[in-house]
Write a protein that binds this ligand. Structure first.
Ligand code: GLU
Length: 309
């Protein structure tokens, strides 16, 4: 699948994006990612796309889409285009067709127990998959008829890559992470594949996201290579950690938007995020636009931060 002419045209314009999963409430880590992505895009004169990742129907709850939009509006983030990931199913399926035609798509029959038995610790701290199902064949009727998860056989090569902030993302993904699942057993098309297809579909040229996703980047770059898609620039920012458990607030969010809104105005919270990020000395209430003038990545803090309630 070569990028379509429409995608190529859009790629000539700088485009940033914020792509939250809407399977949980917006919380401080989500809003930090939105603010930094927005500042990065707007300071570069780029378009800004809001993509709501809504494919995982098993975890979607009514009202999550509206709540995410409300949270961003409360923070005074704006966007040029709103995309629902679920509207891109045709592109996701075309990508799977392309991977099947390349012969790199295979069904995986491994149980969770077998996967853990490989005992290979992955770059992200989880378990790497040992690619033991490589060589298994898709159903004769095609990948749509598979009732097992589908993986992509990545090239066994090393990706040498630094992000814009100098973070070393170099990795041999097939070895250090294992071939990624791109379609789950229940038919939901999985994160690594949709993220690269969706970014290309909106002509995204700059990806700004939390450091928890840094170890995914090399896998995604190899998928872009297999799909013939352009590679955006990447930058990974610091995370807010929860005060009590030291887990990533972005992933575990102990302070959902509903509660946040009771304690802060949007301006007050923007000012707090700006101060936590190092963009202003004191948490003076402000809007994202107020932070734009002084925004430079060199000023943004590097280390993760404990978020005290
Ligand atoms: N949807 C992912 C999340 O909410 C972010 C995807 C990405 O930025 O690549 O963590």
């Amino acid at each position: 699948m070569r990028p379509s002419a429409a995608v190529e045209t859009k790629l000539s314009a700088k485009t940033g994006r914020f792509a939250p999963s809407i399977t949980g409430a917006a919380h401080p880590g989500t809003l930090l990612a939105a603010l930094l992505g927005w500042l990065d895009a707007r300071s570069a004169g780029a378009r800004f796309v809001l993509r709501l990742e809504d494919l995982d129907h098993t975890r979607l709850r009514p009202g999550m889409r509206e709540e995410m939009v409300r949270a961003l509006e409360w923070l005074a983030i704006d966007w040029d285009q709103l995309v629902l990931q679920s509207s891109l199913s045709a592109q996701h399926e075309a990508a799977l067709d392309h991977l099947a035609a390349l012969g790199v798509l295979y069904p995986c029959q491994c149980s969770r127990k077998q996967r853990l038995a490989s005992n290979l610790v992955a770059a992200d701290g989880g378990y790497a998959y040992d690619n033991r199902c490589r060589g298994r064949k898709l159903p004769a009727a095609g990948w749509r008829h598979a009732d097992e998860p589908l993986r992509v056989q990545l090239p066994d090569t090393r990706v040498e890559l630094f992000d814009e902030g100098g973070l070393d993302l170099s990795q041999s993904p097939s070895l250090e992470m294992g071939d990624p699942i791109v379609r789950r057993r229940d038919g939901v098309i999985a994160y690594h594949l949709v993220v690269v297809v969706d970014d290309a579909a909106s002509g995204v040229t700059r990806v700004v996201r939390g450091r928890d996703l840094a170890t995914s980047t090399a896998t995604q770059v190899q998928l872009q290579g297999l799909l013939g898609l352009s590679q955006p620039s990447y930058r990974h920012h610091f995370l807010l950690l929860e005060g009590d458990t030291h887990k990533l607030a972005k992933l575990h969010g102990s302070l959902p938007f509903g509660e946040l809104q009771q304690s802060f105005s949007g301006d007050a919270f923007c000012g707090l995020l700006g101060a936590l990020a190092g963009l202003q000395a004191q948490p003076e209430p402000c809007t994202p636009t107020d932070l734009l003038g002084g925004f430079r990545w060199e000023r943004v803090r590097k280390g993760d931060l404990l978020f005290e309630r």
